[in-house]
Ligand binder design. Structure first.
Ligand code: NAG
Ligand code: NAG
Ligand code: NAG
Ligand code: NAG
Ligand code: NAG
Ligand code: NAG
Ligand code: NAG
Ligand code: NAG
Ligand code: NAG
Ligand code: NAG
Ligand code: NAG
Ligand code: NAG
Length: 841
């Protein structure tokens, strides 16, 4: 039996008793380190017997190791990864072992739970096509992976290489780890780059006799027993820096940062007290997490009264496979800063929109600041859809207990997938759009066994204690608040080089040395200067002895603004890939220089073509302009809807639309962009004069409709070849959007059209185009079309132009691949006719 799930009469009472029991303190040095009995690290496919990695471990090649079968050479092949531009660690990723049939590593170990970590770098090995690698891996009678494609997973998570961590229990003294290709085919194969087998303390992750609450199923609880396997999916040092394996409590776990899992733009604030000693209670293993995890936290932003915090939730989301039970372990520790007493901060924890803990008071639970506690919850992620779905974690202040501060905070999270009951399977589907049948993932069986009986003492006692505290707390005045670093609400602005480093590593963007950059730009030769802007200067550089042109953007090191925009740009652009966005090739951050390297755009900016055309350049033709607008709309559509979480560019303007040698437009300059769901975001107004959304300007509310407004201005600029803001004859500033609106309302639009174009535009096309542009400029965001509608109408305008005004058959149009490419939310039809009516008025 793997998970025993039970009903209890009063589970919360029970949990309360547990809390009281935990008040006994252990005095454990907070740097206590577990020494694993087994700590095997193998660099697969390598014959180098010694490689001491910076984690202090000897990553020896598996070739001469005792763990491979004696006939290993006949059963597998060894391969080196091809040389790459990316900085991939040599060990263990540059060598791999390739399996074309079943292959078993045998480890002699002590009984008990073990970490198994598998390292993968999907690359072209030998003559093999990595897309044919589908592997199955099993250990201790559990299926760890099945039909697992490392390359599909790497693509989905946008990682070049990655590690998967499992926990299995070894019964006996032998751990067999078996790899096999998932199907029988001549070109099928499996591979692995590195293997770790590390032991851990007995009850670190299995609860044994302690039942865990099954969230959202009333009072049902689950027992996690030691014959189930688990996979760690997320392990985060919330509000802190990444903690590398060598700084773990001896088990070589990696603790990542949490920013990228936060939903929305409100990152709250990161708190830390690095000088605080951390104490562990006798119910918390001193090895549970490094003290630094407990020394940093993320908290809701506003403390003063904190009423604002009642309006929203602090939310993290984690993509997980459907059809499994998950253990969510939350780590808390009150930093010894301003919350030191019971009922100063009480909050609720929700998992997948279900209450996991209604009122959590860390001080009441732990006994004081600096005392580490964690709690495990079990969540069933039902098999309602194939593939991945998000597991949500929400924190919200608990108002009813009238705490001193309406806030909530978290120090660490770990999320584990539990193997299925019965077939002990951990394998999910590969990430992919298509729905795959035939490899059904079975939901774990929920079994009811018996009711637990608990005494009600805790509840009564708790109420009394709480009411006394409530009275005391009212007398308290607001303490001094010392957040170490205010992360305002600003999207992805992160000041930890670590984070940038991580984003870089996890993406296709390369690090260039300052030396390379100097060679490429002839030591920043002014003759190669192609632009100067707020951010700094742009040079045309060459690599490979003139074979490759690049644009090299060098930040002005004086500008504080520059630093955050630089980081935002790296973080965002390294995650984004689209035909209509500039691609970031790499960056350099040395000797105080901040440099970004992009593809070179041979045809410069749209702005220059419209307003600063050289004599020898012919004006852009109407069809060409339409194509550019459609491309820009496609790029924006990708940002607003195509990526997993929305991105608002915030600075759409013709100078940020670059044209490559084929006149393909590319949106650039992501320094002001924001990622996330922005329903509740308020903001400082940023952007460029003439393009700025008046609604955003007045209300400070940012939404993707602000980009739509800016796009509307761009559409007008393209039509009129007039600047967004220009100076009129009597020195007054003319705002293109306002001016066009006036002309539009007085039926005088023809006069504003670029004289170079007038003759060429088909009337129906013109009306539709202008209608779209005017709709984009609607005063209120809600009245503006979505980017999908803009794109659709622009494509239609193009069609009208090309077909001399005939409206295409809607169905044919809908199936037009070019229009619907990657678009999920186009709502064709309605808005089209609406716009037509608007124009016809
Ligand atoms: C822990 O810290 C103490 C004092 O700071 C030091 O003496 C001890 O060697 C440390 N132990 C480990 C395992 O790092
Ligand atoms: C490892 O293999 C390479 C290539 O097969 C060989 O050149 C080298 O001598 C081997 N090294 C050791 C230590 O066996
Ligand atoms: C590393 O491991 C290999 C094989 O397991 C062994 O031969 C070698 O002595 C080890 N080196 C160190 C420095 O421990
Ligand atoms: C590898 O296989 C995939 C799918 O089977 C195919 O699309 C791709 O072109 C192949 N790549 C190479 C280099 O043969
Ligand atoms: C796997 O299961 C079989 C029977 O189901 C059992 O005989 C064997 O000992 C198990 N092996 C391990 C490693 O647990
Ligand atoms: C599981 O736990 C029980 C006691 O709780 C112990 O007797 C048994 O050996 C453990 N099994 C494994 C595989 O660790
Ligand atoms: C592949 O074929 C072998 C021998 O026919 C068989 O033992 C094995 O189970 C097959 N593997 C798969 C994944 O079908
Ligand atoms: C562990 O081994 C014992 C004895 O060999 C067996 O009774 C028990 O069922 C095994 N447990 C698991 C989880 O395989
Ligand atoms: C950090 O913790 C120490 C020890 O608990 C405490 O004395 C100190 O005041 C805390 N620092 C801040 C900034 O609150
Ligand atoms: C939780 O609720 C939000 C808002 O209603 C919804 O968008 C989200 O999908 C829900 N999450 C889950 C896991 O049900
Ligand atoms: C916070 O999340 C919970 C659970 O999803 C939800 O019921 C509640 O309405 C949310 N509160 C706010 C203010 O968004
Ligand atoms: C294996 O995964 C691939 C890619 O997700 C899928 O196309 C294929 O159908 C899967 N095969 C099986 C047997 O599940």
């Amino acid at each position: 039996m793997i998970h025993r799930i039970m009903d209890t009469i009063t589970c919360s009472t029970y949990i309360f008793i547990l809390c009281i029991l935990q008040l006994h303190l252990f005095s454990v040095a907070d740097n206590a380190s577990y020494v694993p009995r087994e700590n095997i690290v193998l660099n697969c496919g390598s014959n180098i017997s010694e490689f001491v990695q910076n984690d202090g471990r000897n990553w020896s090649g598996d070739v001469a190791s005792p763990y491979v079968p004696s006939n290993a050479e006949t059963k597998s092949r060894m391969a080196r990864a091809p040389h790459t531009l990316q900085s991939i660690p040599e060990v263990p990723y540059m060598t791999s072992r390739i399996f074309q049939s079943q292959f078993t590593y045998t480890f002699n170990v002590t009984p008990g739970p073990k970490f198994i970590r598998l390292h993968f770098y999907p690359a072209s090995y030998l003559d093999l096509n990595i897309s044919n690698a589908f592997l199955s891996v099993s250990a201790a009678n559990c299926t760890l992976l099945r039909n697992f494609s490392a390359s599909l997973n790497a693509d989905y998570f946008n990682l070049a290489y990655f590690m998967k961590e499992f926990i299995v229990h070894v019964n006996g003294s032998v751990l067999q780890l078996t790899f096999a290709p998932s199907y029988n085919d001549s070109d099928a194969f499996a591979f692995v780059n590195g293997i770790e087998v590390v032991s851990m303390p007995l009850n670190l992750y299995t609860s044994g006799d302690v039942p865990l609450l099954l969230v959202g199923h009333g009072s049902k609880v689950v027992y996690i027993e030691n014959d189930s396997a688990m996979e760690n999916l997320y392990r985060l040092n919330v509000g802190g820096e990444q903690i590398p394996p060598k700084d773990d409590t001896g088990m070589f776990r990696r603790w990542d940062t949490d920013e990228i899992y936060i939903l929305g733009t409100d990152l709250g604030i990161q708190l830390s007290n690095m000088s605080m000693p951390v104490l562990y209670t006798n119910h918390v293993s001193p090895y549970s997490a490094p003290a630094d995890v407990y020394r940093t936290s993320r908290s809701m932003a506003s403390f003063d009264g904190g009423l604002v915090n009642l309006n929203y939730n602090m939310t993290w989301f984690f993509p997980v496979d459907s059809g499994f039970l998950y253990i969510v372990r939350l780590h808390f520790c009150e930093l010894d800063t301003y919350i030191t007493k019971i009922n100063q901060a009480v909050f609720s924890v929700f998992l997948n929109n279900q209450t996991a803990d209604e009122q959590l008071d860390v001080i009441a639970w732990s006994g004081g600041p600096g005392i580490a506690v964690y709690r495990d919850y079990v969540v069933l992620v039902p098999h309602v859809i194939e593939g991945k779905q998000d597991l949500w974690l929400d924190l919200h202040p608990y108002k009813d207990s009238k705490p001193m501060y309406y806030t909530s905070y978290l120090n660490g999270v770990e999320i584990f997938k539990l193997s299925n009951f019965g077939d002990k399977n951990l394998a999910g589907l590969n990430p992919s759009q298509s729905v795959i049948s035939g490899s059904e993932v079975k939901a774990p069986r929920v079994v009811q066994i018996k009711k637990l009986k608990f005494i009600l003492v805790g509840c009564g006692l708790g109420t009394v204690v709480l009411s006394i505290l409530l009275c005391l707390v009212v007398l308290y005045k607001l303490g001094v608040i010392r957040p170490t670093r205010v992360m305002s609400w600003c999207g992805l602005v992160v000041h930890s080089p670590d984070q940038v480093e991580k984003a870089k590593k996890s993406s296709l963007c390369t690090y260039f040395s300052l030396r390379d950059i100097k060679v490429a730009t002839n030591d920043f030769d002014e003759a190669l200067l192609t632009g100067i802007g707020g951010f700094g200067t742009v040079y045309k550089g060459t690599f490979d002895g003139g074979a490759t042109y690049v644009a090299i953007k060098r930040a002005n090191p004086m500008s504080e603004q520059g630093v955050s925009e630089f980081e935002t740009e790296i973080l965002l652009l390294s995650q984004l890939r689209h035909h209509n966005l500039v691609s970031l090739l790499g960056y350099c951050n040395e000797e105080g220089e901040m440099i970004l390297v992009y593809d070179f755009m041979a045809n410069g900016s749209l702005h220059d073509h419209l307003h600063l055309r050289q004599r020898d350049q012919s004006p852009l033709a109407w069809i060409q302009r339409l194509e550019i607008c459609i491309g820009v709309a496609r790029g924006l559509h990708y940002l607003h809807t195509g990526t997993k979480h929305r991105i608002i560019h915030r600075d759409i303007k013709t100078t940020n639309i670059l044209l490559d040698h084929n006149w393909v437009p590319k949106i650039s300059d992501f320094g002001l962009s924001k990622a996330g769901y922005l329903s509740s975001a308020t903001t400082n107004v940023k952007g460029s004069i003439g393009y700025l959304d008046p609604e955003c300007y007045q209300s400070h509310k940012l939404s993707e409709k602000s980009d739509i407004y800016s796009l509307g201005v761009v559409l007008l600029e393209v039509l009129t070849a007039r600047a967004a803001v220009s100076v009129g004859e009597d020195d007054e500033h003319i705002n293109l959007a306002e001016w066009t609106t006036l002309c539009f309302e007085s039926g005088n639009v023809e006069q504003i059209v670029d004289p170079n174009l007038k003759e060429n535009i088909i009337k129906e096309c013109f009306e539709l185009y202008l209608g779209v542009a005017m709709k984009c400029l609607a005063e209120r965001g809600v009245a503006r079309p979505s980017i999908g509608e803009v794109l659709e109408n622009l494509v239609l305008a193009m069609h009208l132009q090309k077909n001399e005004g005939t409206v295409p058959d809607r169905n044919v149009h809908k199936n037009d691949n070019a229009v619907l490419q990657g678009n999920s939310d186009l709502t064709p039809g309605v808005e089209f006719s609406e716009i037509m009516m608007h124009t016809a008025r």
